[in-house]
Design a protein around this ligand. Structure first.
Ligand code: ATP
Length: 362
């Protein structure tokens, strides 16, 4: 029988009531509570299950794993990115996706694709199976950012496509792999929506814990159709702190509210710039815009990410190898942990999400 970390319940044999086990459970719960406080996520101690020497966590993080194992090195840790296996892609029999996350921005060029790719990398580092659907039909930059520019997905039986896989193991599909971006850029709304829905439905995604959808900027028909045709778990709105970007980000928030799609929070990108010569810090696009937007819309500021030339260079190279070590990307780990935790809780609190109806797009 599973127990929570406090070990208050036990099975009929009563073997888990022995004092050393109870003490260990309290130690585990202390570590976990400290971790949740550090990352500003809800305390998971009542949820995380322990049986004998097994623990199930909503993500994989070496630091946390090491601390838990320092209490008992025999501890076996397993991971659950949702409490149930959800099939969130009713129209695609070749996809078992637990959580679909839309990344939106009102305004173009604020770093939505950069956030999508680095969030995918951070979730991958948490041990998850991750995919990215590049729905930014008018400026597909995911192929470049994942180091896959110029490649083409393999077709299966003229009906299915195999996603491309980046070096770090992220599955991805983009209109940029299939159509000359110059041609796609002049597609009218219905054509673009149809192409994107097809892209999602005809890809052999297989099993994924998270699929990130990099939406086109704005809040027009294409975004609305896509949102209505996909069973989203949650969304993220990316903005810079600049007033003009914030005003457009409000429209994206309004779109999600209107469609009753949860908003996990706001990512403020390009907040502070540190001069590579003298270290002077400057808020080029203004200050605290993301925070005030979050407060005004009763959502969270997930992170304020720096404006840094190394980020642009890394993204242009499509090379994820710098992601692991660099402090520059640490903010993404925080976002990923917050997201993984909130989706874990969301799936637990709302099992009905397992069968969200999907609108057919003709
Ligand atoms: N924090 C950052 N620091 C430095 N450069 C950044 C940062 N975030 C994004 N960039 C750069 O800014 C440019 C635009 O970013 P990106 O393509 O991610 O924006 P977008 O919102 O997806 O744009 P689009 O509207 O074209 O879809 C890219 O060259 C990217 O490398």
């Amino acid at each position: 029988m599973f127990k929570n970390l406090f070990g208050q319940k036990s099975d009929v044999s009563g073997k888990h009531q022995s004092k050393p086990q109870a003490k260990m459970n309290v130690q585990y719960s202390d570590v976990l509570a400290k971790f949740c406080a550090q990352y500003d996520v809800p305390n998971l101690t009542e949820l995380v299950k322990i049986e004998d020497e097994q623990v199930r966590l909503p993500f994989k993080l070496e630091l946390l794993e090491d601390e838990l194992k320092s209490i008992n090195h025999n501890l076996s840790i397993q991971y659950d990115y949702a409490l149930a296996t959800l099939n969130r892609s009713h129209q695609n029999p070749r996809a078992q996706i637990k959580h679909i996350i839309a990344v939106a921005s009102g305004k173009g060029g604020v770093g939505k694709s950069t956030v999508s790719v680095n969030l995918a990398r951070a979730l991958k580092q948490l041990g998850a199976d991750v995919g990215v659907l590049d729905a930014d039909i008018y400026g597909p930059s995911i192929p470049l950012m994942l180091g896959l520019a110029g490649q083409q997905p393999e077709a299966i039986d003229d009906k299915w496509m195999k996603p491309l896989v980046s070096k770090e193991g992220i599955k991805t599909i983009s209109i940029g792999y299939l159509v000359d971006p110059k041609k796609a850029a002049i597609w009218r709304g219905p054509m673009a929506s149809k192409a994107l829905t097809q892209l999602f439905n005809e890809t052999v995604w297989g099993e994924l814990d998270y699929l990130i959808i990099d939406l086109p900027p704005g809040t027009g028909d294409i975004q609305l159709t896509l949102m209505q045709s996909m069973p989203l778990s949650t969304s993220i709105v990316v903005t810079t702190p600049q007033n003009i970007a914030l005003a457009d980000a409000e429209k994206a928030l309004a779109m999600f509210n209107e469609l009753k799609i949860p908003v996990a929070g706001i990512v403020e990108n390009m907040s502070v710039h540190t001069c590579s010569q003298c270290g002077h810090q400057e808020a080029i696009f203004g200050e605290k815009g993301g925070q005030s937007l979050a407060v005004g819309h009763h959502t969270k500021l997930l992170a304020s990410l720096p404006l840094d030339i190394k980020i642009r260079e890394t993204m242009d190279k499509g090379d994820g190898s710098g992601f692991n070590s660099a402090d520059l990307f640490a903010g993404y780990r925080n976002i990923a942990i917050k997201l993984a935790t909130s989706l874990y809780l969301q799936a637990r609190n709302n099992p009905a999400q397992q069968s969200i109806p999907v609108t057919q797009v003709d």
